[in-house]
Design a protein around this ligand. Sequence first.
Ligand SMILES: [Zn+2]
Ligand SMILES: [Zn+2]
Length: 225
Amino acid sequence: MSWQFFLILGLILAFDAILIKTLSWAAETSNLKKYRIRTPETYRIPKERKKINTTLNGLLSLSFFGAVFYHFGDLIIGNHSVGGVTIFGEVLATLLLYDFMYYFLHRAMHHPKAMKYVHGVHHFVRFPTSNESIYLHPVENLAGLSLLCIAMAIIGPISAASFLLVFLLHSSINIIVHSNLALPHPIFKLFNFWALKHDLHHGKTLNRNYASIFPFWDQMFGTAA
Ligand SMILES: [Zn+2]
Ligand SMILES: [Zn+2]
């Protein structure tokens, strides 16, 4: 992998960190907090605990990707150079397949036993902000990232450019769905759609809206709200 690849990867990680901080600031302290979808009276999770959990999950994700690249990199990223249409196709196919598999993983994690020991950690957050986008049990974190890598390997090996785009979209959409903001401008239509859809999953309708990117998996399997 070239140094440019790692430079862009680093920039994506920096972008994600800025997106998390900006959106949680917007929801909690800025003038934009009036556009918050639901505001809690008190937070159930101490700030310190959130920080420890999300920092450890960030490190776990990086270590996981490092290990997967080291052992299975050839299955995920190919050396071929591709054009824009192929990149678009690889990215779309990977995200569609990932979200399809994630739908079932997430639905399975709502089984009472899995909820009690694993997914309940994330659902203990009743009023999410972007800060809690990776507030997870480590097993859930690893399971989600494994699905993403499996999707890339099934569709791929995909190009390095496609991988970077998948990584950017997957991480930033996960941050946006937890933003808890519905902003008043048509430009934010998709942003608001994702945030409102996932807010219902944390709030009113726990067993609806399992998919994280596309709406049609929930519509197809009768779990859309
Ligand atoms: Zn859930
Ligand atoms: Zn969530």
